[in-house]
Design a binder for this molecule. Structure first.
Ligand SMILES: Cc1cc2nc3c(=O)[nH]c(=O)nc-3n(C[C@H](O)[C@H](O)[C@H](O)COP(=O)(O)O)c2cc1C
Length: 334
């Protein structure tokens, strides 16, 4: 039996643009039957004005899945929320953490933290439109040119979360570092501002009914388990993408100690999936890229990556590339 203390805790794979597409989610679902999987961020404009509803498509084998929206207009978000519910998503999440210039130009993502009332209005509009949970992913605060420390201090975070929680958001995913708007690239913004998990602890103490899912820098099992001593869940981004086995370990810890981890089998299932996707017109490179890091640090990993990076074979759509790559890890019979 899993540790009863861990029974109601959540493991989530973070939303990651260009990474957590539907193929990546298929792979992650093999590694963990239970983790909550996030889509990449979808801008509301793409759905409301661009009519690109195909961006919402996903395979029903991937449940539970949360869709993340980027936007700042309550009416548009309500329209998108209804679509998400219609498409069968399990949760809708609003991005209040992305620091990219493109997102800032659209005045959504992390810069929305400055406007707790607007975020609350967005949440309320979505909650009004649907029956599934509506959640927020945010930073501990933001810093930008010309601003004093106001938006990065603990009081401001409390004010922000108070507004969002009062609007009906029952779960917050806290990327536990500030976002620096201007001056840092999105990648630097995921590493340079120091982690402040104690701010998550503070929120949990202040808002006992709020579910607090902590995010940032989790790469190993024990780190996740330590956070779960006080947090309601952990969200893992790069750690899950680069070491999907971590998801299996946590599934065993939280849900099912007897879960049998057979990576060769996972990858063979993914290969079957790939063949179906290729037949439906998907590009080989798009399917293969999620596998590149699967075996980092293990014998054969370098040759595995090299094989999967052969541009000529990828261009030709040569699907035998995966058997060849797997043979470096599991031997020729793979
Ligand atoms: C390639 C990449 C793309 C990302 N895209 C998004 C995104 O679309 N929405 C979002 O809220 N966060 C995005 N993030 C941030 C992650 O969700 C997560 O908060 C961050 O990577 C910190 O968690 P980690 O240390 O476990 O990776 C992205 C991160 C990466 C590495």
């Amino acid at each position: 039996m899993p540790n009863p203390h861990l029974r109601d805790k959540l493991i989530a794979v973070a939303p990651m643009m260009a990474w957590t597409d539907r193929h990546c989610r298929f792979l992650h679902r093999l590694y963990s039957p239970s983790a909550l999987l996030f889509t990449e961020m979808i801008a509301t404009g793409a759905l409301v004005y661009g009519k690109q509803t195909h961006q919402l498509d996903f395979d029903s084998s991937q449940h539970p899945v949360a869709v993340q929206f980027g936007g700042n207009n309550p009416a548009d978000l309500a329209v998108c929320a209804k679509l998400a519910q219609q498409w069968g998503y399990d949760e809708i999440n609003l991005n209040v953490g992305c620091p990219s210039d493109r997102v800032q130009r659209g005045t959504f993502g992390a810069c929305l933290m400055r406007e707790p009332k607007l975020v609350a209005a967005c949440i309320a509009a979505m909650i009004d439109a649907v029956d599934i949970p509506v959640t927020v992913k945010c930073r501990t605060g933001i810093k930008f040119k010309g601003a004093d420390e106001r938006y990065a201090n603990a009081e401001f975070l409390l004010e922000f979360v108070d507004a969002v929680h009062a609007a009906g958001c029952e779960r917050i995913y806290l990327h536990a570092r500030n976002a620096i708007l201007g001056g840092l690239t999105p990648a630097q913004n995921r590493d340079i501002p120091p982690l402040q998990p104690e701010r998550g602890k503070m929120l949990k103490a202040e808002f006992p009914k709020l579910q607090l899912v902590i995010n940032g820098g989790i790469t190993i099992r024990q780190q996740a388990l330590d956070y779960l001593e006080w947090a309601d869940g952990v969200m893992i981004g790069r750690g899950a993408y680069h070491t999907p086995l971590l998801l299996s370990e946590l599934h065993q810890d939280l849900n099912s100690p007897e879960f049998f981890v057979d990576e060769q089998n996972f990858l063979l299932q993914y290969k079957d999936y790939m063949l179906g996707q290729l037949a439906a017109g998907e590009r080989l490179h798009t399917l293969v890229k999620h596998l590149l890091h699967s075996f980092n640090g293990r014998p054969g990993a370098r040759r595995f990556r090299q094989t999967l990076s052969d541009h000529q074979r990828l261009k030709r759509g040569d699907s035998t590339i995966i058997d060849d790559a797997l043979s470096h890890i599991f031997g020729a019979a793979a």
